[in-house]
Unconditional design. Structure first.
Length: 312
């Protein structure tokens, strides 16, 4: 959107296809400037507009300091985590020394209502394929969420997002608004420990699905159904999606060695959800796509449950 900006620190266009290209891995101080996130969030009283201006008790407006845009209306108990706080926490992730990490991307969505940063962990392998584990920091200035760390991976060969909802390890953790350096260090160590567990279990989850067979037609019929209650337009759209996903599974070279398996079906659906372009591209399409990546895709969560139920 108009007041959003991103950067990639690897000298190439970010995998999600938006943002500026910058060379080198940046420090947090450089990153916050490069991502144009040096602005702060001011909290101001909220007034009712009528014949007279009357302050509304118990509520404040979160206002972006540079554009003066209202990002959200929050309770007067709401404590702002400034962008500098998010980057300071990322610095602890980068510098804790246990696992070597680098900055990938940082920026804002929806004119600053949401700020995010992606941190790279060392690459791993899933069923023979290389993948890039990410720690994704996200903070909402509209009151919808606190500072959170999401764990997800990208299959390097095809940019498929791997964000399985594992029963054995959480995909995200909430971080309380931080102040002291010791608190940040402890939270960073907790986040890194949770991430290591998640990605280890993700690799086991993938290996398990790669050893199971599943009928992709049954999976897609359950995921994108056709019923009398649906409009002809929706039935047609679901049919087109199912055909597209089957075509992905049948033609993508990187999926041929896992074709017919539960893992192959999962990745064909992930490829569609990660890379398909919408028929109508709205102004906020990329923002919503990135938010879905951070929060978890409900379609992929549903697909995972169906695959697990039907796999043998």
């Amino acid at each position: 959107m108009e007041n959003d900006f991103m950067f990639s620190g690897r000298g190439e266009v970010p995998w999600h296809g938006i943002g500026a290209v910058l060379d080198g891995v940046l420090t947090s101080d450089e990153a916050i400037k490069a991502a144009k996130l040096t602005w702060k969030v001011d909290q101001v009283p909220v007034f009712a507009a009528n014949n007279w201006a009357k302050q509304i008790p118990g509520y404040l407006a979160n206002v972006r300091s540079d554009t003066k845009e209202v990002l959200g209306i929050v309770s007067d108990r709401y404590c702002v985590a400034q962008n500098q706080d998010v980057f300071a926490f990322a610095e602890e992730l980068i510098g804790n020394g246990r696992v070597k990490c680098t900055y990938e991307t940082a920026g804002s969505l929806f004119n600053g209502r949401r700020v995010f940063m992606l941190v790279n962990m060392p690459k791993g392998r899933i069923v023979g394929d290389e993948y890039q584990p990410h720690l994704c920091l996200s903070n909402a200035h509209d009151g919808s969420a606190c500072l959170q760390v999401f764990f997800t991976g990208i299959r390097v060969v095809c940019n498929n997002t791997l964000q399985a909802a594992l029963r054995t390890a959480k995909r995200k953790i909430a971080i309380r608004h931080l102040s002291g350096m010791d608190v940040r260090k402890n939270e960073a160590l907790r986040a890194m420990g949770a991430a290591s567990k998640y990605f280890k279990n993700l690799e086991a989850f993938a290996s398990d699905l790669a050893g199971k067979k599943v009928n992709i037609t049954k999976v897609l019929n359950a995921l994108f159904p056709a019923s009398k209650e649906m409009s002809p337009r929706q039935i047609k759209a679901n049919k087109e999606v199912k055909e597209l996903i089957k075509d992905i599974l049948n033609t993508k070279s990187d999926l041929q060695n896992i074709k017919g398996t539960a893992w192959g079906t999962y990745n064909a659906i992930a490829d569609y959800r990660s890379n398909a372009e919408p028929k109508r591209r709205t102004q906020t399409h990329t923002d919503h796509k990135m938010a879905r990546f951070l929060d978890g895709d409900p379609i992929m969560n549903q697909a995972q449950e169906i695959i697990l139920e039907l796999a043998a």
